[in-house]
Design a protein around this ligand. Structure first.
Ligand SMILES: [Fe+2]
Ligand SMILES: [Fe+2]
Length: 400
């Protein structure tokens, strides 16, 4: 018999599970924090980036989930480490959006990159190949996220908030938990207890309006109608903010709902970008388009299931006849850019309506709504007709 061989790989099967639970937890909390902050974030460039970040972080959770469910049941487990849980619970209480992004992009994400790279080297490569496959792809995104830092934060100074986050990460032994643990720091005075925003915040470049809010389409000349359509796309951040709020307020929903909602939220930020891009290609500045933030405030007064129903069964379900008509008109006019943009939008919106049908029953249950689903949809769509389509967007005192 030959001598035993001592492997050089540091990570064994049980350790691997513990590590994967840590990474999955961190990625999942990142996406929840981004969703929570989306409405409260003012700068449009930050909001657009956050839509992408939260979707890509959801993809990372999905990769890790697919691997975890092969090696443990249940697949989702909190890490057995209060210091790591404390770190991820504290990040959301950043004093402002720049400090928030600095904590996520300058501290947590570089640490994730480091952890994944170390893990790739230290796990049993062939036996654990599915994990390596996941890391290889996650790392492509994470490296890009780290690179976004400069574009989004420029020379934003690393203040006491960022130092606090670093201290908490160190107290958790880093992402892997294997580094020497520092003493957990006291929260700095700038820490601001997070409260989810029922207002859709915009930066100082925008005017806010609520006139013509939600009003059904009125025909005008084709040029104006087309312009209005893409101006309205440039305001679809409002839909992203509603989905983000629903996601944030529904922590008890299954992972697949969160995954679908992260995509839904990202799509709406892309639709917003689509409007911005269309305007730019026509020499127009999207910041000159007033943002109808009253729509978000109006939806936000309701429980998350009602908000979801207003959006998916009201707006999204009812948009198709008009969109189809517009698509035909753009094709007939040879307007390829507008036709292309609308085609992709419609593909996304079909998915959003399907998400609505799929998840409404469970979301109603989560939020204590007991009536039959069909009745709930009928009543909510009637409310949408009366309050949104009329343009009234009333804020009811009883929900305040
Ligand atoms: Fe949309
Ligand atoms: Fe949508």
């Amino acid at each position: 018999m030959r001598d035993q061989v001592t492997p050089t790989e540091e990570i064994d099967f049980a350790h691997n599970k513990r590590l994967l639970n840590r990474y999955r937890f961190v990625e999942y909390e990142l996406l929840r924090i981004l969703a929570g902050w989306l409405p409260a974030t003012a700068r449009m460039e930050h909001k657009l980036a956050m839509g992408r970040l939260l979707w890509e972080d959801a993809q990372h959770v999905q990769h890790l989930y697919q691997r975890l469910r092969e090696i443990q049941t249940p697949a989702f487990r909190d890490p057995d480490d209060p210091a790591l849980m404390r770190l991820m619970a504290e990040l959301i209480h950043a004093p402002d959006e720049r400090d928030l992004l600095a904590g996520l992009l300058r501290v947590i994400k570089p640490a994730l990159v480091q952890a994944y790279a170390w893990h790739i080297d230290q796990t049993f490569a062939n036996p654990d190949a599915p994990t390596l496959y996941a890391f290889k792809h996650i790392l492509l995104d994470e490296a890009e996220h780290v690179h976004l830092t400069e574009e989004l934060l420029g020379d934003h100074p690393a203040g006491e908030w960022e130092a606090y986050v670093r201290g908490l990460l160190s107290a958790a032994g880093g992402i892997t938990g294997r580094e020497e643990r520092g003493v957990a720091p006291e929260p700095p005075l700038c820490r601001t207890n997070f409260v989810v925003s029922r207002e859709a915040v915009r930066d100082e470049r925008f005017n806010l309006v609520n006139h013509n809010a939600g009003k059904a389409h009125r025909p005008s000349n084709p040029e104006t109608e087309r312009l209005q359509e893409f101006e309205s796309y440039s305001q679809e951040m409002l839909a992203a903010e509603t989905v983000a709020l629903i996601l944030y307020l529904s922590p008890g929903m299954p992972w697949e709902f969160v995954y679908n909602s992260a995509r839904h939220c990202y799509d709406e930020t892309r639709h917003c970008r689509l409007g911005i891009e269309w305007l730019a290609r026509h020499g127009l500045d999207y910041t000159q388009v007033p943002q109808n933030t009253r729509i978000y405030a109006w939806r936000s007064q309701y429980d998350p299931a009602t908000q979801y129903c207003l959006l998916t069964m009201g707006n999204e379900q009812h948009a198709f006849p008009y969109r189809r008509q517009r698509l035909t008109a753009y094709k007939a006019a040879g307007d390829r850019l507008s036709a292309q943009f609308i085609s992709y939008d419609m593909a996304d919106e079909r998915q959003h309506v399907a998400y609505g049908r799929k998840w409404l029953p469970q979301l109603m249950e989560q939020h204590g709504i007991k009536m039959p689903v069909e009745q709930f949809v009928d009543e909510t769509v009637a409310r949408w007709e009366a309050e949104y389509r009329s343009g009234a967007l009333p804020l009811h005192a009883e929900y305040a």
